[in-house]
Unconditional design. Structure first.
Length: 270
């Protein structure tokens, strides 16, 4: 007996996300050399390049060609309404400053929400040659192989990744928080791309990650990869991830880091 697949089948959504992220990553990688700043957004340090917009245009066009009734939320192009119940959350080049300076640490993130919950994701790191993918409840994969994050370590042995915002006052507060965190952990890393950092958690590149000021497109796709690899993805005081703060770590370490950050005002601008 044949079965009728749901139009919202997460595996089909993941397959589309992988295909689109791969094509978009190839386009962006070819355009990295000689790229210049096209515009700024929230501050002079929050830059956008012509390839950010060209890559998002390609992603949007491919998604809507395959699924014309879906909604799309992109970092550069804003939102397109849909009627299917599926919304794609897209970051065409996560780590634009890295991309601009020729660093390999940037990626393309494509996630699919169904009724507000991320159910499928692809994160392509073209220069690293890595394609992360995930389906809600179906696990995470890297290069087609099942992915499971290393077990938790105590806070004092944790390599912790973080990032900084674009506004001077926020950066000042983040620096103050960092001075309190550094003595209590193994070390700190600042990579410049949430997509690279969060997916890197799943491979053991870091033990924990936190950052204030992320938008949904920054963490939607990589967050699903991380959670399906066994990591906890949330916010401060055991809340959900949000613009206020995103924390990623194995259970156990997550609670330790949460307890450290909460009284420091890590979710505020001081």
């Amino acid at each position: 007996m044949s079965t009728i697949q749901s139009p919202h089948d997460p595996e089909k959504l993941r397959d589309l996300a992988v295909a689109v992220a791969a094509e978009a990553g190839e386009l962006a990688a070819k355009g990295q050399e000689g790229i210049t700043v096209l515009d700024t957004k929230s501050s002079p340090t929050d830059v956008v390049t012509e390839m950010d917009r060209a890559t998002e245009d390609l992603i949007r066009d491919r998604l809507l060609a395959a699924r014309p009734h879906d909604a799309v939320l992109g970092e550069e192009g804003g939102g397109i309404e849909g009627s299917s119940g599926v919304r794609w959350v897209v970051d065409p080049i996560d780590g634009t400053v890295n991309y601009l300076y020729g660093s390999p640490d940037w990626g393309v993130a494509v996630g699919a929400e169904v009724d507000g919950q991320v159910v499928a994701a692809a994160v392509h790191l073209p220069v690293h040659g890595q394609m992360f993918e995930a389906v809600l409840g179906g696990g995470a994969r890297l290069g087609g192989r099942a992915l499971r994050a290393p077990e938790a370590v105590p806070l004092d042995r944790a390599l912790v990744a973080t990032g900084f915002g674009y506004f001077p006052q926020r950066r000042l507060q983040q620096a103050k928080v960092l001075t309190e965190v550094i003595p209590l952990v193994r070390d700190i890393r600042r990579g410049g791309s949430a997509a690279v950092d969060i997916t890197g958690m799943a491979t053991g590149r870091y033990n924990a990650y936190y950052e204030r000021g992320l938008h949904l497109w920054d963490w939607a796709a990589p967050g699903l990869v991380a959670s399906e690899a066994g990591l906890r993805v949330g916010g401060l005081r055991a809340g959900p991830p949000s613009n206020d703060l995103v924390i990623v770590a194995r259970p156990g370490l997550y609670e330790e880091l949460d307890a450290l950050l909460a009284p420091l005002g890590a979710d505020t601008d001081g």
